[in-house]
Design a protein around this ligand. Structure first.
Ligand code: ATP
Ligand code: MG
Length: 419
């Protein structure tokens, strides 16, 4: 146990971290281009927030939360998803008083108690964006645009953008009535979870992954046929804008976010190559959520995108992310005086942004060269007692093994120009 990370968690080792930094930087750049600003919220919240914000009938709240009582007797839950905490922060910090719409993005770990498998972990990471304060479907198109641009810029292909509208509380009532009627005599054929959903949230039966449930809802009434005028028109406007942005999409009437405060646009971006856990990104509109959490009535739209699944799809697309050279120059030394000169020289090199290292193990000169080879440093500086007497060092180009004796005062400039 002591030497094993908890089930469903993973170390991200140095050799993988460069990939993470690469995709994080891409995401930050794209968010900046769209005018999103970063927000960071705590890793844990009051459990009540997720119950309200995510919804009592969701998988997350029903069985996936990491909840515990803290020493003060508060019921706390590790961040299970990104939206509810951002909505809480929006209300608590009165961000609705800022010029709207407010466009926020986050990069965060999330925690869900699930059965671990490829693309499904107990600790995973999400990119997410939220736009508050506008119900214009232009915002929905921008949100989808951020995710699509990220995949494009990273070189991920074979993706499908699937969109749907799940209507508003008004038109959903009609649909719910029709759906309940349709399902009444099929109740026995549904999975246990869906039997429970029948009363509380029948729409969620539509996107159940269970085969028997799927077979039985094939001809069920879909929300699309029940959209009121405003919802239908917003869905048209979204499509018009996606077309204008040249974003390909398909309409998938089975996508359901399934909560009372989720409204209108629901979408997923699916990678067709990474298997069962192919949904890399999921999002939609939540025009009633801010109010539900206790803020002023404020529309919102956003997405959450799984970084582990994004990295899986990068691998499947054979996108190579080069590990950056970790060392520009290695300084090999022999003797006390050279050591002193070296550590000062390293400081000066690092000061101007050059990545440098020296031996910290008291190795022989020969071993130091071997080590420099392993570090793949393009240059080695050799400082020996004899050279020092002439105020010189030897600069070795590791690619062609050419050596050159240069004055110590010139070595920084020389390395800088040759890198
Ligand atoms: P799924 O249907 O795969 O369970 P979800 O509907 O629970 O996904 P969301 O809550 O919408 O997912 O989260 C957004 C994204 O976060 C998902 O599309 C996925 O990429 C990622 N994600 C969700 N749960 C996990 C997990 N347990 N491990 C890794 N990534 C996850
Ligand atoms: Mg899930």
């Amino acid at each position: 146990m002591l030497t094993q990370a908890p089930r469903g968690t993973r170390d991200i080792l140095p050799e993988q971290v460069s990939k993470w930094i690469y995709v994080e930087n891409k995401f930050r750049d794209i968010c900046a281009k769209y005018g999103f600003e970063e927000i960071r919220t705590p890793l844990f919240e009051h459990t009540e927030l997720f119950k309200r914000g995510v919804g009592e009938t969701t998988d997350i709240v029903e069985k996936q939360m990491y909840s515990f009582d803290d020493n003060g007797g508060r019921n706390i839950t590790l961040k299970a998803e990104g939206t509810a905490p951002v909505v809480r922060a929006y209300v608590e910090n009165k961000l609705y008083a800022n010029p709207q719409p407010l466009k926020l993005y986050y990069i965060t770990p999330c925690y869900r108690y699930e059965r671990p498998q490829a693309g499904r972990l107990r600790e995973f990471h999400q990119f997410g964006v939220e736009v508050f304060g506008t119900n214009n479907p232009l915002a929905d198109a921008e949100v989808i645009g951020v995710a699509v641009d990220l995949f494009d810029e990273l070189g991920v292909k074979n993706l499908e953008v699937r969109i749907n509208s799940i209507g508003c509380p008004d038109c959903r009532k009609e649909h719910r009535k029709a759906l309940t009627e349709f399902l009444t005599d099929k109740l026995d054929l549904l999975c246990e979870t869906c039997k429970g959903r029948f009363d509380r949230n029948p729409m969620r039966i539509l996107d159940c992954k269970n085969e028997s449930c799927q077979a039985n809802v094939i001809n069920a009434p879909r929300m699309m046929e029940y959209l009121c005028e405003s919802c239908a028109s917003d869905f048209d406007v979204l499509q018009r804008n996606l077309k204008a942005m040249e974003i390909d999409y398909i309409i998938d009437p089975d996508i359901v976010r399934g909560l009372d405060y989720y409204t209108k646009t629901a979408f997923e971006i699916v990678s067709k190559e990474i298997g069962a856990q192919g949904t890399v990104c999921g999002g939609g509109r939540y025009d009633n959520l801010v109010e539900e959490i206790g803020g002023p009535s404020t529309p919102g739209v956003g997405f959450g995108l799984g970084i582990e699944r994004l990295l899986l799809s990068l691998e499947n697309n054979d996108v190579e992310i080069e590990k950056r050279d970790s060392t520009d120059v290695f300084i090999a030394v022999l003797g006390e005086e050279p050591e002193k000169v070296a550590i000062k020289l390293l400081r000066d090199l690092r000061c101007i942004g050059i990545k440098g290292q020296m031996d910290l193990l008291g190795r022989s000169l020969k071993s130091q060269f071997k080590y420099a080879d392993k570090l793949k440093a393009p240059f080695t500086i050799v400082i020996g007692e004899d050279e020092l007497k002439e105020n010189c060092v030897v600069l070795k180009d590791m690619k062609n093994s050419e050596q050159k004796k240069i004055e110590i005062n010139n070595v920084i400039q020389e390395v800088k120009t040759r890198l």
